[in-house]
Ligand binder design. Sequence first.
Ligand code: ZN
Length: 255
Amino acid sequence: MSDPKKMITTDAVVISRREAGDSGFYLTVLSPDMGLLDVTVRGAKKYGASNSAASQLFSCSRLCLSQSKGRYYINSSEPVRSFYGLRLDIQKLALASYFAQIVSHTVTENQTANDVYRLFTNSLYMLSERSAPCGFVKFVFEMRICADLGLMPGLIGCADCYRTEPKMYFLIKEGILLCPKDAHIRVVYDSPDNVMLTAGMIEALRHVCLSEMEKIFSFRVSDEALVRLGDVSERYICYHMGRHFDTLDFYRSLQ
Ligand SMILES: [Zn+2]
């Protein structure tokens, strides 16, 4: 039996929140060390309550947790970032909720989730503190979380001849590039799932999937290219994760 008084300290970001009685909340938090955790916080609604800041949706804190009868409780907390800017913009808030739904679909309890934690909090930072466009952050998040979870497409060159051409087809369902010649041999035509990408778009995909985490937002593409890439990344994640995200429908309804 685990020691009921054992304390655990971890960084965490709140990805969902429900009411717990008159004064508390049930939170689901993402921790880099422990994956997704269900945590109860008592008394956080009271004016001036010590754990109030740590209970806000998407706030990032260092939590001291106690464990009792299989549940975690916040004992104390030290806020790190509130990402307050998300609460001022419904589109950013909707996008953050979509990211949170993807995280809750892909991460489980008792697993390390360092890459996903960094991607999620860096994406919230770009939206909240750096005023990065939603479409840009969405493209990066969708492709990078696929790459981090072992769903990375083959981006080095054509899947059949290994060459890189100025324009190549990206086959979303297969997750491969094809040069025009091999696309012709395979009888691949333009469709929503088979899209011709320019060298700049392919470079952007490679950058997002293959760069070190701290560099993934450091690139620029034209607005027109970003629209095409955003369509690719959205189709890619929905197909390869094999599910529909209702938070994505809400985000899209705001556009
Ligand atoms: Zn080829």
